[in-house]
Design a protein around this ligand. Structure first.
Ligand SMILES: [Zn+2]
Ligand SMILES: [Zn+2]
Length: 237
C-alpha cells in the first residue's frame, strides 16, 4: 500500500517544482536557493548606516541626512539579489516580491527597532510607465511588506503626476531637480500624524525617496522610514 500523502505530494512537486528564490532554476524539493545564487548573495549586515542603508565600508552619504528618518535594505544590488529583482521588474515574476518582502521585513525590524510603522506606501510610476510595463514592481513589494509587518497598505496614496527623465541617465547633482513637484499624496487624511513606510525596489542616491518623503511630510505624515529590496554599491552606480 502506498504511503499516505506520498502520491499527492509527488504530483504537486511535478506540477509546481521548487524553484530557486533568486534565479528561478528548478531545485530538489527541500532547497530554497541554488548553489550558484547562494554563493553570490550580497547581504547588507545590520547595523548599517541609517542615512544611506549601506554598511559602514560602503557608506555613500558620509552622514548626510535626508528628509526620511532612516533607510534599510537587505541586499546590495548585485549577484543573486540583482537577478531576483530583475525577474520581478522585467519578467513579471511577481512571486519574487513575496520572497524579497520577507527579507525586507527582517531588515526593517532589525534597522528600525521599536519604531511602529502605521502604513506602507510605494514609489509610484506615471500612467505611461505603468502602461509600458503593465505593473509597478514597488507596489508588489509594498503590498507584500505590509502583510509581513501587519500594517495598512496605502495603495495609490502616492501618485506621480508626470513623466521625468530616468534618474539613472542623470548625474547625482541633477537628480533631485528632475523630481521637484513630480509626486503628490492622493488622500492626505490617511497619512496625517502617521509613521509611513516608503518602499522601493532599488535605492541609488536616495533622491527619489527623498522627494516622496518631502510630499508625505508636507501632507502631514509624522515620520517617513524607507525600505528597499537592495541598495547599489558606489562602483555599480
Ligand atoms: Zn539560483
Ligand atoms: Zn551612509
Amino acid at each position: 500500500m502506498a504511503k499516505e500523502n506520498s502520491l499527492p505530494r509527488h504530483i504537486a512537486y511535478l506540477l509546481f517544482p521548487r524553484r530557486c528564490c533568486y534565479c528561478g532554476k528548478v531545485l530538489p524539493p527541500h532547497d530554497e536557493a541554488c548553489g550558484e545564487c547562494l554563493a553570490a548573495v550580497s547581504r547588507i549586515e545590520q547595523p548599517a548606516c541609517p542615512h544611506c542603508g549601506r554598511a559602514a565600508q560602503e557608506c555613500v552619504c558620509r552622514g548626510h541626512k535626508n528628509l526620511y528618518t532612516a533607510v534599510a535594505a537587505p541586499y546590495y544590488y548585485e549577484g543573486a539579489a540583482r537577478k531576483c529583482i530583475r525577474r520581478l521588474k522585467f519578467s513579471g515574476k511577481t512571486a519574487c516580491a513575496q520572497f524579497l518582502a520577507r527579507e525586507m521585513a527582517i531588515s526593517a525590524r532589525s534597522a528600525f527597532g521599536q519604531k511602529a510603522v502605521d502604513i506602507a506606501v510605494y514609489v509610484p510610476m506615471s500612467k505611461k510607465e505603468i502602461k509600458a510595463r503593465g505593473y509597478n514592481q514597488s507596489r508588489y513589494l509594498a503590498r507584500a511588506v505590509s502583510r509581513e509587518l501587519s500594517v495598512e497598505f496605502g495603495d495609490g496614496l502616492l501618485v506621480k503626476l508626470y513623466e521625468t527623465r530616468a534618474q539613472r541617465t542623470l548625474k547625482a547633482g541633477e537628480r533631485s531637480g528632475n523630481l521637484a513637484g513630480v509626486f503628490d499624496v492622493a488622500e492626505p487624511g490617511r497619512i496625517r500624524g502617521k509613521t509611513v513606510l516608503l518602499c522601493d525596489d532599488v535605492i541609488t542616491t536616495g533622491a527619489t525617496l527623498n522627494e516622496c518623503a518631502r510630499m508625505l511630510l508636507l501632507s502631514g505624515a509624522d515620520e517617513v522610514l524607507c525600505l528597499a529590496a537592495a541598495a547599489t554599491k558606489m562602483k555599480n552606480r
